[in-house]
Each structure stands twice: as C-alpha cells, then as structure tokens.
Design a protein around this ligand. Structure first.
Ligand code: SF4
Length: 331
C-alpha cells in the first residue's frame, strides 16, 4: 500500500466563543452566561491517495468546511495530526511546511468574496508565484498568461478587475490563483455551489481536465450528492463533526450502510430510482454547541437502540476500503 498523499488522524476542531467584558461582569454577578464551545470537527480520520477525488458530504453545519480548512492549514487543528506525504505537518521544518502549504490549496465557494476586488487579475494570479520564487519578475507576465489559458480565461483580460468578470469566470480566476503555486492537492469547498447550473458542468469538467493534466488530488466538499456521484472516486459522509461512513462512490450509492447515509440518499435526486426505499432524514441537525451523547445521529435515527444513546460507535473497517460508524449497521 502506498503512503497516502494526505492523512487526517484523529483531528478535532473546536471554536470557543470567549465572553466579552459585559459577559464576564454578568458571570461574576452570578448570571449563568458561560463561554460556548462549538465542536465543529470531532476525531476525524481520513486517508486520501494521490490522484483520488474524495467527496466530503453532509448537511450544512456538519463540519465539512471546517475540516477542509484544517487540511488547507487555514485553521489549526485543536487535536490530532494532518500528514502530508507521510509527514506530520505540525512537526515539519519551516521549509517543508512552506512546501506543504503551497502544495495544498483551497478553492472557495464564493469567488467574489475570496478575490481581492482592488487587485487586477494579473496580480491576483501572479503575486504568490513571484513571492514564493516560483517565477522571476521577467517570467511573471507570461506565466500568468499560461495559467489563465489553462483554466479557460482569455489572457488579454488580465488587467481587468474581478468585478468585470462573470461568476463562472471569477471562479476560474480563483482556480488559476490556486494553480499558480503548482499545488498537488486541492480542497474545493462548495466550489461550484454559487454558480448557475449551466456553468457548474463547465467548471466540473475543468476540474476533471486539470486532474488529468496536472496529476491533482482533490478533497471535494459538497452538499450536492449528484455532483459528488459524478466526480468522486470515494465518498466520506460527515454528520455533526464526525465521519460516519466512507467507501467507494459506487458502493456508497448502491449499498449505503449508515442510517444517515441512507437518509441522505433517499433525499438526493437521482435518475436511477432503484435505491430510494430509505426513510428521509427527519428533524433538525442538533446544535454543535451541545451535541447529543453517544451516537450524534440517535435523536433522528429510525433504527436507534438503547446503546446508541449511551455509547459512541467507533469507525469499523470492512471490505476492501469501507468504513462505517454505527452500532447496528449489520442489521
Ligand atoms: Fe442509528 Fe444507532 Fe447507528 Fe447511530 S449508532 S446511526 S443511532 S443505529
């Protein structure tokens, strides 16, 4: 077995909302105001091999974007380790860490918000490769042209500003900015969700072409199961900060084992309706400020038993490459 390009080992991420001055005074005076901790990601393990596209799926608020940001180094993990090419990023030398930071790039949902509107496109794309010594000042302009062409943008427009482009073109600028530092691993966080449906297919095709051409690996975060089914080799399902199931895309869609995966699939629009006999997911996702004991899914699970309320199910491995976290998945 080859070393995964990326390995997430027992990663948790919590955000604590500190009390402001008024809150501190109120707490001293006996109010029950307390600091609040959001359990965004809870002990997640995941391995991704070179060249794979792994789809990370779950409802809004399940922690998938936070996990993507931990992988991309935007948020430090509260606990656990992220390994890049077999090395724990936290213990790398400064030079190794810089290389890993460049190798793992993130593409965001909203290209308008993620691009500096006061910068020309040539600077948005060309700044980082110059700063990191990947190109010289003399090479920078040609390099920007090359990257723009690669993502389907006309290089003659490089002196324009982001607002002068359409939504689809702005997302291509975001992709070009990421590609400019020669990454090996892209974290795409709902990268097509803000685009018109007609443009989504074009951007998905671009991602797939770039994968072939540049030998890229993707963590593709999406709430849209039909998109993930189309592009992912493997799918990981998250619920309230935890990974509940992971398997090859065909296996997940043909025979989901976890009740939450089954519920998600029962709601996903599919051309093939053969696997729609599951019960749709009911109820609201609980607050990550106060997640339920035991299995986080038990208040909504149609097959919960007494053990589900008390004990956290562990991720079990079965088959060639399947993981499931449920006390009752075999039944
Ligand atoms: Fe449902 Fe229990 Fe499995 Fe959780 S552990 S998904 S509550 S059956």
């Amino acid at each position: 077995m080859t070393t995964p390009i990326l390995e997430i080992h027992n990663v948790s991420k919590r955000f604590t909302k500190r009390l402001d001055l008024a809150g501190k005074i109120a707490a001293r005076l006996g109010s029950n105001i307390r600091e609040e901790t959001v359990h965004a990601v809870d002990t997640v393990n995941l391995s991704i091999h070179k060249g794979e596209v792994v789809g990370l799926v779950g409802e809004s608020g399940c922690g998938k974007s936070t996990l993507g940001r931990v992988v991309a180094g935007i948020h430090p993990a509260t606990e656990g380790q992220v390994f890049y090419e077999g090395k724990d990023i936290a213990t790398m030398s400064p030079e190794e860490k810089r290389a890993a930071t460049l190798a793992i790039q993130m593409i965001f949902q909203d290209p308008f918000a993620s691009l500096n509107q006061r910068m020309r496109v040539e600077d948005i794309i060309g700044e980082a490769p110059l700063v990191h010594g990947l190109v010289s000042k003399a090479e920078q302009s040609d390099y920007v042209d090359e990257i723009m062409t690669k993502v389907g943008l006309d290089p003659s427009l490089k002196r324009r500003y982001p607002h002068q482009f359409s939504g689809g073109q702005r997302q291509r600028i975001g992709i070009a900015r990421a590609l400019a530092v020669k990454p090996k691993f892209l974290v795409c966080d709902e990268a097509i969700a803000a685009l018109d449906v007609s443009i989504q297919a074009q951007v998905i095709n671009l991602f797939m072409d770039l994968r072939e051409e540049l030998d890229l690996t993707y963590l593709f975060i999406s709430h849209d199961l039909s998109v993930v089914e189309h592009i992912a080799d493997r799918v990981a399902i998250m619920y309230l900060g935890r990974l509940v199931e992971s398997a090859g895309t065909e296996e997940i869609f043909d025979s989901p084992k976890h009740p939450y995966t089954q519920a998600l699939l029962s709601e996903a629009p599919r051309l093939d309706q053969r696997h729609r006999e599951f019960t749709p997911v009911k109820g609201e996702i609980p607050s990550p400020l106060d997640p339920p004991q035991g299995c986080h899914f038990h208040p909504r699970c149609p097959v919960a038993t007494a053990a589900c309320n008390a004990d956290r199910p562990q991720l079990e491995t079965f088959g060639a490459d399947r993981l499931v976290s449920c006390h009752n998945w075999k039944e």
